[in-house]
Ligand binder design. Sequence first.
Ligand code: MN
Length: 348
Amino acid sequence: MILSFRWYGESDPVTLDKIRQVPVLKGIVSALYDVPLGETWPLEKIQNLKAAVERKGFILSAIESIPVHENIKLGRPDRDALIDKYRASIRNMGKAGIPVLCYNFMPVFDWTRSNMAFPLPDGSNALSYDDVEVLKMDLSKGTKDLPGWSASYDAKELQALLDGYQELSEEGLWENLKYFLEKTVPAAEESNVKMAIHPDDPPWSIFGLPRIIRDEAAYDRFVKLVDSPNNGFSLCSGSLGARPDNDLPAMIRKFGAMGRIHFAHVRNVRITGKGAFHETAHPTESGSLNMYEIMKAYSDTGFSGPMRPDHGRMIWGETGKPGYGLYDRALGAMYLAGLWEALREEKK
Ligand SMILES: [Mn+2]
């Protein structure tokens, strides 16, 4: 297992110099943030990113993410041209020797929350989600007023997307995902890149949009879409764990044994009601998930890919990108490293 940390590039206030003072971290997970959506990632830029990470003593263990253009998800006429560019990005990743590509297939909204600074009893704050609050959000002005939403669609663009997905439905989205994978997985195979889809977050439909990568049944279906070891998962415990019916240790054992888990996001979450949860510190006692059993499942299945603490709380007065401060993620990394060391020692 390569314990890793997400870094948002040179403009991230959480610098590589800070990250390298967390003693257990070996890998960095990052992306190019200046390539327009839909364009091919240039080899030279990927190599420069890799060199910047390696200069500080890390390996670039995964790319998270190369975004998938909405027109690919919607199956619009220009999708073939867009997929060709995506394939070229995968080949360039392969040439640069980067082994894992995290991506997602969530329509319009990536991860979604109702409160970016939900107060916890200890005085820290974390991201939270509640279906009731999300239903009250006003989409009539586009995305600009939504919490944590950076890309912007104006009212007309957003409505066109919502209508497009309404018409497409869940089955249509599955078909378009299969189409995308049939074209990209062969490029990943040739390039020695493992494609790793991130689950939807939250793992259920929001705003009437189809969201399909949400539970074990979806994972079963996904691995069969294109039956290749290069077609696998970024298994995110915090995303999938917002559904009490997802048995995470069982899913890790099942898909880990199949060699389909290529990247692990490990964090805890507390379920507070139906369609409601908030993020927490990483330890088991902080939330609803048994982190020991999750880590034991990874250890027992011989997981060797990158793993990272996921979103952290904001603690000690830190401000910055919600979920991506330094302090609580560093605590999370230490906790995961401790569990891992104990599990490895027990095996000896
Ligand atoms: Mn995640």
